[in-house]
Write a protein that binds this ligand. Structure first.
Ligand code: HAM
Length: 433
């Protein structure tokens, strides 16, 4: 029986192995391509930020800040946290670098790891990755629609079908405060029927009761007054505008009056994108429906973090969840290890010359397979076959002494000896045919 290694990865953390890197790369390539079209620029912010940035930005009442942050105290006495999301860091950078002086809106995208101390399960990890976008400095509802459209386009280009876009408006602090009162008084009468978490939420953040996944709570909230009916005129007009733009671009969406999102900074539009089926876990068990993308407008965050009153909105896509969705749909990434040319060598002198020759091919941007660690010709030729090489360069002791190399056509077995200096040119000529 094989023994477990003593040191294993920390609980909830994952290695992204080469097989999965292909998916990450593909998702990033497509996402960058799409946002580039819409004029987004890349921004990298630190993985470690002051804890206060998140307690203020993400919000003291959120599960993220209350339960999920990785906090540390430095030797110098600073309180820092591993970022649980991108948005507060990007906004801090916007303020810190005086970007209000740039033509507005500024559009940023980021990609990288985030950390949340969660119960790990399928699609929920303690270190995960997001592709995140933010549009700062524009309040028009067209921006909200465009953010949704961007993620919809990325997922569609990844060949994911049956996407469900859910949208809602949670108003601004004024109309939401009034709605909270209406909702609280409705829920107060039924408090004893709520789950313990929702009883706490009722006091701290009653809106979060609306997106509780417990059946008994959902039974109650399905009867609750809806925020849509309590929006102020401005929020109502804004939401109508977003929906009209979505209709115009024929993007299918569903109104979900229970969608409130788990972060404190949202104002007006909130949205999530799902895939229309129960996701399966990596070990093939069905998992709870989880969003691939989440986002919305947050018009008060810049001010809250010390900047001026500035409109903003954005969203983020969870890479691991998109990978699971792609695998469930059998979407394959074809990035083969095939090489059209293979370089085989026999003997130490040939190995040295081969190393130099390989560099010539690299400079000429021709991918050449090799197996310098192997000395037997037979096993090297086996490797060439595996890589489906069209040509194999054979470099033995004699060729090394003569300054030549044999080009073997792997299809018909024909061999030709050429000068080592002209090997690149000869291969180029043959590959062009
Ligand atoms: P979020 O809903 O917390 O929003 O996260 C966005 C997405 O990240 C989720 O829909 C999910 O795909 C993925 N995700 C979240 N937590 C985990 C986890 N523990 N494991 C795996 N994937 C996860 C935000 O983070 C906002 N900052 C989005 C935003 C940007 N809003 C405006 N701008």
């Amino acid at each position: 029986m094989s023994k477990k290694p003593k040191i294993q990865r920390a609980s909830g953390m994952r290695d992204v192995l080469p097989e999965e890197q292909k998916y990450f790369q593909k998702i990033l390539d497509i996402a960058e391509n799409v946002v580039d079209f819409y004029g987004f620029k890349k921004i990298d912010t630190p993985i470690l930020e002051e804890t206060e940035l998140f307690s203020k930005g993400t919000g003291l009442l959120t599960d993220i800040v209350q339960k999920q942050m990785y906090n540390l105290k430095t030797k110098g006495g600073d309180f820092l946290s591993l970022r649980p999301e991108f948005t507060p860091g990007v906004i801090r950078a916007y303020i810190e670098h005086g970007m209000k002086n740039l033509p507005q809106p500024v559009k940023f995208y980021s990609f990288g790891p985030l950390f949340r101390y969660e119960h790990s399960q399928a699609g929920r990890h303690r270190q995960f990755h997001q592709f995140n976008i933010e549009v700062i400095g524009e309040g028009d509802p067209v921006i909200d629609a465009q953010v949704i459209q961007i993620f919809y386009n990325i997922l569609s280009e990844l060949k994911l079908k049956n996407l469900i876009v859910e949208v809602n408006s949670i108003g601004d602090p004024q109309c939401r405060a009034y709605y909270k009162k209406v909702l609280t008084s409705f829920l107060k009468h039924k408090e004893s029927l709520l789950c313990p978490d929702c009883r706490r939420r009722l006091r701290e953040n009653p809106l979060r009761v609306l997106d509780c996944k417990e059946e008994k709570c959902q039974k109650i909230t399905s009867q609750a007054p809806q925020i849509i009916d309590h929006l102020c005129e401005d929020c109502h007009r804004h939401f109508k505008g977003v929906l009209e733009f979505l209709d115009e671009i024929e993007l299918p969406y569903r109104l979900n009056p229970y969608l409130v999102r788990g972060l404190d900074y949202y104002t007006k539009t909130v949205f999530e994108i799902f895939i229309d089926e129960t996701q399966k876990t990596e070990d093939d068990k069905p998992a709870a429906r989880s969003a691939l993308v989440g986002g919305g407008r947050y018009d008060n965050l810049v001010k809250l973090l010390g900047g001026e009153n500035t409109f903003a909105g954005g969203g983020a896509m969870g890479i691991e969840r998109v990978v699971i969705a792609m695998k469930n749909k059998n979407i394959k990434i074809i990035k083969s290890d095939d090489r059209s040319v293979f370089l085989a060598q026999i003997g130490s002198m040939a190995k040295r010359k081969g190393l130099k020759l390989l560099e010539e091919f690299r400079k000429a941007k021709i991918e050449v397979g090799e197996s310098f660690g192997k000395d037997s010709l037979k096993s090297q030729l086996k490797m060439a076959d595996k890589m489906k090489a069209k040509y194999t360069l054979l470099l033995g002791q004699r060729e090394a002494l003569e300054g030549s190399v044999i080009i073997r056509d792997m299809e018909n077995g024909k061999q030709e000896t050429v000068k080592i200096e002209s090997a690149v040119k000869e291969i180029q000529k043959r590959l062009k045919k």
